[in-house]
Design a protein around this ligand. Structure first.
Ligand code: BGC
Length: 265
């Protein structure tokens, strides 16, 4: 049983680095044409598109700030112009702007909510509109698939990151509500909740002595890689998961298992 998405078209937001990059690469390897969205980093996005194309796949890089409705419209229009349809959305763009509660600025609160939560809302809305327009695609059992990139922090409170945790908690009920609303049209919406994945967002926490501290929170004993999430995304986008609807897949090495209770009491 191989997970394949041949002949399908995927948009991956925030795909110039980290988890988005891993998802775009994995989907291309599994046969999808991929629109690699970036906001501030055109070069790595273009380099990934080139790498995929040279390996015989199909990919383009598209710049768009997902928190802006007009940019999201452009992202979808350019993907359609290039590949003719959209079957998979990985709503991944996200950022952290950390500060203690008493010091967090309204700008940083708004920015994180705008990108992480409103950005996913806008992309999901555009994707569902497009899926509903596509009446005779035969590339997958579902009419369209959306994967929201959440985090273990959709359930684990996170001191010093109130904007980020609020955005991920919001994604949980946004995803479930959207799934409840549109599954009857054959659209599958789910989330992936990564744990500590080694990316630019957490370099400080995943190297040196800090990494040792972090590993105490990961029962499986290793920090995750973007490919761990890429593989989960391919499965969730493929027909192998066709009956999975409105759920969060935790890919976290056991981070949600209250690891600090090991040997305690
Ligand atoms: C955050 C990372 C963090 C991980 C586990 C993710 O959602 O973006 O910075 O290492 O959660 O706490």
């Amino acid at each position: 049983m191989e997970c394949r998405v041949d002949g399908q078209v995927a948009i991956v937001t925030g795909a110039s680095s980290g988890i988005g990059y891993g998802c775009a690469e994995a989907l291309a390897e599994a046969g999808a044409a991929v629109a690699i969205n970036y906001n501030s980093q055109p070069d790595p996005a273009a380099a990934l598109a080139k790498k995929i194309t040279e390996a015989g796949g199909r990919a383009i890089a598209i710049g768009a700030d997902v928190s802006k409705p007009e940019d999201v419209e452009k992202l979808f229009a350019e993907t359609l112009a290039a590949f003719g349809a959209i079957d998979i959305l990985i709503a991944n763009s996200g950022m952290q702007k950390d500060a203690p509660l008493t010091e967090m600025t309204i700008e940083d609160w708004r920015k994180v909510l705008d990108v992480n939560l409103t950005g996913q809302f806008l992309c999901a809305q555009a994707a569902v509109r497009q899926f509903l327009r596509q009446t005779d695609r035969k590339v997958s059992r579902a009419r369209g698939k959306i994967i929201c990139m959440s985090s273990v922090h959709e359930v684990i409170p996170w001191a010093g990151h109130v904007n980020y945790a609020a955005s991920k908690g919001g994604i949980m009920l946004m995803m479930k509500t959207m799934a409840q609303e549109v599954s009857e049209h054959g659209i599958r919406i789910n989330s992936i909740a990564p744990g500590a994945i080694r990316t630019a967002i957490n370099v400080k926490e995943t190297e040196g002595d800090k990494a040792k501290e972090l590993l105490k929170l990961i029962p499986y004993g290793r920090i995750g890689e973007a490919t761990d999430i890429g593989r989960a995304a391919v499965w969730l986008a493929s027909d192998q998961s066709d009956y999975v609807v409105g759920t969060t897949l935790f890919v976290d090495g056991g981070m949600c298992l209250y690891p600090e209770f090991r040997g305690n009491g």
